[in-house]
Design a protein around this ligand. Structure first.
Ligand SMILES: NC(=O)C1=CN([C@@H]2O[C@H](COP(=O)(O)OP(=O)(O)OC[C@H]3O[C@@H](n4cnc5c(N)ncnc54)[C@H](O)[C@@H]3O)[C@@H](O)[C@H]2O)C=CC1
Ligand SMILES: CC(=O)C(=O)O
Ligand SMILES: [Mg+2]
Length: 467
């Protein structure tokens, strides 16, 4: 159940109400008080801020309970999630202060002109003399934002700012959110190419399929910096990492399991491709209309590609039909489309990755009693399978070795690196994937990416720790 945290500013009339009454009213309505601050003490009345954890569905009950209570005046309700978004979540910072004219003439004109000329004469110097060496554009058109769908570029911004924060905090990468007000494939490609000179890499984000495939392929062909559609590849990398470990827990082999992937969009296509590369021999891709079957004909080019793969099953059916006897379910579709009864038709020792955000394909409380290994994309349950484990380390590595591309061997190396953070001794049903706060994740992924980039000829620079 989704939880939220609210701060209630209340004025209490002491003749009519005690704090105990307030606490009881909040608790009865489903809230859990986590802190109390006295804003204005007083004999007859006082003002307090009460922080309350509450299920999103019960938030209005808590508010109503206080509004209706004699002697309580509800002055304000603030949602802590909204509070941390006030004014946006990132900023830019200079690397040195400009204290006098002398500094000014070096960082700006006239001194800067000599640096411009040096780059003009040798464009590679952009990497050593500008922020290009450490910058990533997080680009969206707002058409597939989390599982919220096409909510537009303004509404997409909080997610892109969040990614930029994570890039900086986890990997020291300076990322910038770019929210484009166009859905036109050619215009998106043209715009990204036009802004690319200042960036060392492009992280495409939440662009709906199938346009995302062409946008990525064209940019990868036409630009010489890594282009990485995170919803496709970041997700696939972390799914494979989680699956490698989950299979160890249940004692099954990747070439023996039957895998159902639900939602064959950006994430689902890339997951299917990587599952096949990792050795899956029985794959059932499913979208809204049912299973995508071997031998079928599809207008979606990636679905057609899947229909031509020998490992893809030929039997048609809806999700409920194909789930029967499946060993693994991977959901990257939308929330609440599966029930406990559906899960129970799967093979014993079942693995369920319900990764739609913000609400998984099945409510964790409903699924947990019936599965051996369960994971979601969320941070409030164990086994968070989220591409945040991937993109910071991948770009840290790619920027450090100036990789031209992030190729298949680099991605598989990243999956193995993430899986390896959980030792054999630590591995269990509730710990198949490391936390994003595990300090080894980014450094291991970075190392794996650079090593694979060097081995596959993608690295244009050998970082000092690899010389
Ligand atoms: N945990 C994680 O790290 C990640 C989670 N996701 C989540 O996965 C979901 C899909 O993301 P994208 O692939 O980027 O979106 P997308 O829009 O490219 O693809 C979604 C696909 O799911 C299909 N779909 C929708 N409802 C369905 C249903 N009831 N049954 C079967 N298929 C259905 C759509 O037709 C579409 O093909 C979103 O909820 C997103 O938040 C995506 C990327 C990473
Ligand atoms: C995590 C992520 O990228 C998504 O849900 O779209
Ligand atoms: Mg995304």
């Amino acid at each position: 159940m989704a939880q939220t945290s609210i701060i209630l500013r209340v004025e209490l009339n002491h003749d009519q109400v005690t704090f105990g009454d307030v606490a009881a009213a909040i608790s009865k309505a489903g809230g859990d008080i986590t802190s109390i601050d006295v804003i204005r003490p007083g004999k007859e009345s006082s003002v307090r801020d009460i922080t309350v954890d509450v299920a999103e569905s019960a938030e209005s009950q808590v508010v109503e309970a206080l509004k209706q209570h004699n002697g309580i005046k509800l002055i304000n309700v603030s949602d802590r999630t909204f509070l941390v978004h006030l004014g946006g979540k990132i900023t830019t910072q200079p690397t040195l202060p400009i204290k006098n004219r002398d500094d000014l003439s070096r960082v700006y004109t006239p001194g800067v002109a000599r640096v411009c000329t040096a780059i003009h004469e040798n464009p590679k110097k952009a990497y050593s003399l500008t922020i290009k060496r450490n910058t990533v554009a997080v680009v969206t058109d707002g058409t597939a934002v989390l599982g919220l769908g096409d909510i537009g570029p303004h509404a997409a911004a909080p997610v892109m700012e969040g990614k930029a924060m994570l890039f900086k905090q986890l990997a020291g990468v300076d990322a910038f959110p770019i929210c484009l007000d166009t859905k036109d494939t050619e215009e998106i490609i043209r715009t990204i190419k036009a802004i690319s000179p200042i960036f060392g890499g492009i992280n495409l984000e939440d662009i709906s399929s199938p346009r995302c495939f062409e946008i990525e392929a064209r940019l990868a062909e036409e630009l010489d910096i890594p282009i990485f559609h995170d919803d496709q590849h970041g997700t696939a990398v972390v799914v494979i990492a989680g699956l490698l470990n989950a299979l160890k827990v249940v004692g099954k082999r990747i070439d023996q399991v039957r895998v159902v992937v639900n939602g064959i969009g950006a994430a689902g296509v890339s997951i299917c491709k990587m599952l096949l590369a990792a050795g899956v021999t029985r794959l059932v891709p499913v979208d809204r209309e049912g299973a995508i079957v071997r031998g079928g004909t599809y207008s979606h080019p990636m679905w057609q590609w899947l229909a031509e793969q020998p490992q893809v099953e030929a039997e048609p059916g809806g999700l409920k039909d194909v789930l029967r006897d499946a060993d693994v379910f991977i959901g990257v579709s939308r929330g609440g489309i599966m029930t406990a009864e559906d899960v129970q038709t799967m093979a014993p020792d079942r693995i369920v990755f319900a990764m739609a955000n913000p609400n998984p394909e099945i409510d964790p409380e409903e699924a947990l009693p019936h599965v051996r290994v369960f994971a979601t994309g969320r941070s409030d349950y164990p086994n968070q399978i989220n591409n945040v484990l991937v993109f910071p380390g991948i770009f840290r590595g790619a920027l450090d070795c100036r990789a031209r591309r992030i190729n298949e061997p680099m991605k598989l190396a990243a999956s193995r690196a993430i899986a390896s953070v959980v030792s054999e001794a630590e591995l269990n049903e509730h710990y198949i994937i490391p936390s994003i706060f595990n300090e080894h994740v980014v450094s291991k992924v970075r190392h794996a990416i650079i090593e694979a980039a060097i081995l596959t000829g993608e690295a244009r620079r050998i970082p000092r720790d690899f010389r």
